[in-house]
Design a protein around this ligand. Structure first.
Ligand SMILES: *Cc1c(COP(=O)(O)O)cnc(C)c1O
Length: 430
């Protein structure tokens, strides 16, 4: 092997690099953050988020387009603020997320509200704050929204989420555009539901929406979905219902383990080719990327607590767990795990596991590591669907979070304590 370069970024993680062997995010050594704030600790690179956003913006240069960050990927206020300041809209899936957008300085008029189970109360709150559009996922929801808007004497802007019935070839739990998924209106019902939307009071049809899944690493499913959405656009407009925008969802994958998803600008070059060829260039294009904007901008730092050798398996027990990093337990997902300061010599194979009392509490299996108790590890690609899915299982406080900007590190969430967790609970008084 060649001697490591004095500063080399990790493949797929351009803002995570080693300087004299020590792992850094942008200009900040990660070991210094672990020492200052403790572990487990999430650390995000602002430059990585903005670079990921810029790739989409390059793809849309000269077009009418809006990027709505799908904030369920990471809804921490300090992260939302980065995207709000960059002019993004937000794709939300609950009224709670809308309150976060407002708290982070986002613009409600650039918010689109997705999700199959919006309550009447959530609809009212969203209309009160003046959101941009509801992505409606069923006929029953459309009828409910019509009632809510009418009762407020307002008109709700709607786009209908269609299910294009294409296989995105990703994990079944994160594929959403197949017939048997709970999401969207079936392709064959779409025109009828649009005609109903055009008739119902309190609704203003503005667009069409689709989102076929997540961690998609191929171009073909997107092209198929685009063709099917454009078929519907043409059928809907032929029926006399004008559409101002096409919202093409999110779902672009990231490099977790040598995955090679298309670059955002390259993907959109191809998709825009389809849109132009079919004469729809005049419409506003909206997208809802989540993972691809934040996933590889974040790492989770964790300390090795104990090494536990066994007859068949060796365990490396760390202080981060499935409550902090739920993706391995939930989707058998792979995250790279690397030492902050590599040691000399050959490693041995470990299952990297957390302290939670569940056999499902593992972060990585069969990882070759040269580590000792007290060493610090970084779990990579931890910017998306980690903190936003974190729980208090085992009464573990949620981790702290730091946003790095060049040489500066800002604490954007303090570590949760036991008192924080118990604050809404009470004993029965008798
Ligand atoms: C989750 C979700 C997204 C974002 O998906 P990513 O894979 O994170 O890009 C976009 N739109 C909707 C409706 C979603 O539910």
């Amino acid at each position: 092997m060649n001697a490591p370069a004095p500063s080399a970024s990790l493949p797929g993680h351009p803002f995570v690099h080693r300087r004299q062997g020590e792992l850094h995010i942008e200009g900040v050594p990660l070991a210094s953050l672990a020492e200052r704030h403790g572990t487990p600790l999430f650390v995000y690179s602002k430059a990585a988020m903005l670079a990921a956003l810029a790739a989409y913006e390059r793809g849309f240069a000269g077009r009418k387009a809006r990027i709505c960050y799908a904030m369920k990927a990471n809804s921490s206020l300090g992260v939302l603020q980065v995207f709000a300041r960059a002019g993004c809209g937000f794709d939300i899936v609950s009224a709670g997320e809308l309150e976060r957008v407002i708290a982070a300085g986002g613009d409600a008029s650039k918010v689109i509200f997705s999700g199959v189970g919006k309550t009447a109360q959530e609809m009212r709150r969203a209309m009160e704050l003046g959101i941009g559009c509801f992505n409606v996922e069923s006929q029953a929801e459309l009828e409910r929204l019509s009632q809510v808007a009418s009762s407020l004497g307002q008109s709700a802007k709607v786009s209908i989420r269609v299910n294009p019935n294409v296989d995105p070839q990703t994990h079944p739990y994160i594929s959403t555009g197949l017939k048997d998924n709970k999401f969207g209106v079936a392709h064959e019902d779409t025109l009828r539901v649009y005609q109903l939307a055009a008739r119902l009071p309190g609704l203003q049809v503005v667009g069409i929406d689709c989102h076929i899944g997540s961690q998609i690493t191929q171009t073909a499913p997107y092209l198929d979905a685009m063709d099917r959405v454009l078929d519907l656009v043409e059928a809907i407009e032929a029926a006399g219902i004008a559409l101002q925008h096409i919202d093409f969802g999110g779902g672009l994958g990231i490099d977790y383990a040598g995955d090679t998803p298309p670059a955002a600008d390259a993907l959109w070059r191809e998709l825009l080719g389809r849109i132009d060829a079919r004469g729809h260039s005049g419409k506003l294009l909206m997208i809802e990327p989540g993972r691809s904007l934040v996933g590889n901008a974040g790492v989770c730092l964790t300390e090795v607590l104990y090494l536990k050798p066994g007859e068949h398996k060796n365990f490396c027990i760390v202080d981060a767990a499935m409550n902090d990093l739920p993706r391995p337990a939930m989707y058998q997902a792979y995250h790279q795990i690397v030492p902050l300061s590599p040691r000399e010599g050959p490693g041995i194979n470990y299952d990297v596991v957390g302290p939670v009392c569940e056999s499902g509490d593992w972060l990585g299996r069969d990882r070759n590591l040269q580590v000792q108790s007290g060493d610090m590890l970084a779990v990579l690609s931890a910017g998306a669907y980690c903190m936003s899915m974190a729980s208090n299982y085992n009464t573990r406080g949620r981790a702290a979070e730091v946003l790095v900007d060049g040489e500066q590190a800002h604490l954007i969430r303090r570590r949760e304590g036991a008192a924080d967790q118990m604050q809404n609970e009470s004993l029965v008084q008798d």
